[in-house]
Design a protein around this ligand. Structure first.
Ligand SMILES: [Zn+2]
Length: 278
């Protein structure tokens, strides 16, 4: 047997718990604990201490509160021994409860540039991040857009500054080319560069046309980051998160391990009209 839940399946440490190679208990920490805590929250168990920090929440620390919530989950299951330790049987039961995705976000990729990171990788990385929270990233369509010579000159470098509401200007114009997408899907435009060459992306878009723009030299997690801006909207604070493990840390990451989200970000994303129920 192997883990099948999209939340847990890619995590090597949880796979080890499933194969009886280790357990999560008091003193354990990191993403595997974060994922178990997130699952417990989604099952309705409250973790006020573990969710107190705004930058990394739930905190991935297997303390007394997590132990008690695990015990309660085990007791409520009616079949598990309530020892407060996440071992093979407990992770299998959690896996079973989250065997399917609960939400989905649909992306339409539109490109006028040759990206450094292949689309497939940007997509699969985005899938990994959101899957940890039961959200399926669906590739809805992809287009390499043929530009007119005038458009090529205009969009060679995107000069417009990045802001939230872009109802005019170059980015607005760019996001109007290529095939349209349904109103609750997200368009992702890949461009050569912005005038500010340090800028790797922009989550700004016109009202009722959810979209983001990503520079060709952006990193492997940056598509997921810009899509997150669109999902969170301008109403969410903080826009960026200072903890480097979070997807919304302002700097591009090169780490191969998936960045995480906070439970507050996840809640906001799930409430977005762009995040549909499965
Ligand atoms: Zn950002």
């Amino acid at each position: 047997m192997a883990l099948t839940s999209p939340r847990f399946q890619p995590n090597a440490a949880l796979a080890e718990v499933e194969s009886n190679g280790k357990v999560l208990k008091i003193g354990s920490s990191g993403t595997p604990v974060h994922l178990v805590q997130m699952a417990l929250l989604d099952l309705g168990y409250s973790l006020p201490v573990s969710t107190a920090k705004a930058n990394y929440s739930p905190d991935g620390i297997y303390g007394e509160e997590t132990r008690q919530a695990v015990k309660k989950f085990q007791k409520d299951s009616g079949t598990l021994k309530d020892d407060g330790v996440v071992g093979q049987k407990t992770i299998r039961e959690l896996d079973r409860r989250f065997s399917a995705f609960q939400h989905r976000v649909r992306l339409h990729l539109r490109s006028i540039a040759l990206t450094h990171v292949p689309f497939e990788r940007s997509l699969s990385n985005a899938e990994l991040v959101y899957a940890m929270y039961g959200i399926k990233i669906e590739f809805a369509s992809g287009e390499s857009i043929k530009l007119t010579p005038d458009q090529r000159a205009l969009f060679d470098k995107v000069d417009q500054a990045c802001k939230w509401d872009l109802n005019d200007g170059e980015i607005n114009e760019l996001q109007g080319i290529g095939s349209r997408a349904p109103a609750n899907d997200i368009l992702v435009f890949y461009v050569n560069t912005f005038a500010d060459s340090n800028l790797l992306g922009c989550g700004g878009h016109a009202k009722n046309r959810p979209a983001c723009t990503v520079a060709a030299h952006a990193g492997a997690w940056d598509t997921a980051h810009e899509v997150c801006h669109v999902l969170l909207t301008s109403s969410f604070n903080p826009v960026h998160i200072s903890d480097q493990r979070n997807l919304m840390h302002p700097e591009s990451r090169s780490s191969p391990t998936p960045p995480v989200l906070t439970d507050r970000q996840v809640k906001q994303i799930r409430n977005s009209p762009l995040c549909g129920a499965m």
